[in-house]
Design a protein around this ligand. Structure first.
Ligand SMILES: O=C1O[C@H](COP(=O)(O)O)[C@@H](O)[C@H](O)[C@H]1O
Length: 260
């Protein structure tokens, strides 16, 4: 478990640009060290904001896009191509404009696919895909992702792990089907906290005043069942990337001044 580090930027645009620059460096370093890189994407405003910033970042061509594995932390369990699916939004923001290897892009199954409307079966299939990609040196049932991105909901949810729902209590499975999510759509598929914690680095993104209570709660010692974001950390680094509005209710001694 790595203790959270907090970086506060002036506003959400700067936060997205800085996170995109940081992600480019991380991917380039991982590709240099291990030949390829793996990133877990998140949906939501801040996840898509980061991807859009990456699409226009001057250094984006430093990445070898053909040697990048992309996974998802969660998905809204909707038909393929639905505009509300996280993968649809990621394709629009970035993925359609970079030369990825399609075999290395791993979206979660859609509700129109082989599992029909069965989110549990879709979750099981995604867990099997992750297990097949894990190497012995990963020491577990999912790859040791280089970076796992998470948006933070105003209720402290991360991926599709919502406070008090069964998904956040899962300790064995790596992927679960979610029913009755308080944020639409109710049916979802999500990595669990044990799968999230397999990542080398976990980056949590939050911008806007509607996130201020959630950020303060998660970083003030709340339990992960009540505040799932509190249970999201990486093996070697846990980074909270915030804008000033989202950091507004954090104790001032937790982070240095927002100068950039
Ligand atoms: O529905 C979802 O919401 C969360 C948070 O989204 P935001 O717009 O409040 O930042 C997101 O992280 C998750 O991937 C998505 O499915």
């Amino acid at each position: 478990m790595s203790a959270p580090q907090i970086v506060v930027h002036r506003d959400k645009e700067l936060m997205a640009q800085a996170a995109a620059a940081r992600l480019i460096t991380k991917i380039v370093d991982a590709q240099a060290a291990r030949g390829s890189a793996s990133v877990v994407l998140t949906g939501g405003r801040n996840g898509n904001g980061l991807l859009a910033a990456l699409a226009t970042a001057p250094a984006r061509d430093a990445v070898d896009w053909s040697r990048l594995d992309l996974w998802w932390g969660d998905e809204r369990f909707l038909p393929d191509g639905d505009p509300e699916r996280n993968v649809t939004q990621a394709r629009e923001a970035l993925l359609d404009s970079v030369p990825l290897d399609p075999a290395r892009v791993h979206p979660m199954p859609p509700a129109s696919g082989p599992y029909g409307n069965d989110a549990d079966a879709a979750a099981e299939a995604y867990a099997a895909e992750l297990a097949a990609a894990a190497r012995p040196e990963d020491h577990g049932p999912v790859p040791a992702f280089d970076v796992l991105l998470l948006g933070v909901g105003p209720d402290t949810h991360v991926a599709s792990l919502f406070p008090e729902l069964p998904g956040v209590r899962e300790t064995e499975r790596t992927v679960v089907g979610v029913r009755g999510a308080p944020k639409p759509p109710p049916n979802r598929v999500s990595l669990t906290l044990p799968a999230i914690r397999a990542a080398r680095e976990v980056w949590l993104l939050a911008a806007g005043e509607d996130k201020a209570n959630a950020v303060a709660l998660a970083l003030s010692g709340a339990g992960e069942i009540q505040a799932p974001a509190a249970g999201a950390y990486g093996r070697s680094r846990t980074l909270w990337l915030l804008d000033a509005a989202a950091a507004a209710r954090l104790p001032r001694d937790l982070y240095p001044p927002a100068t950039s």
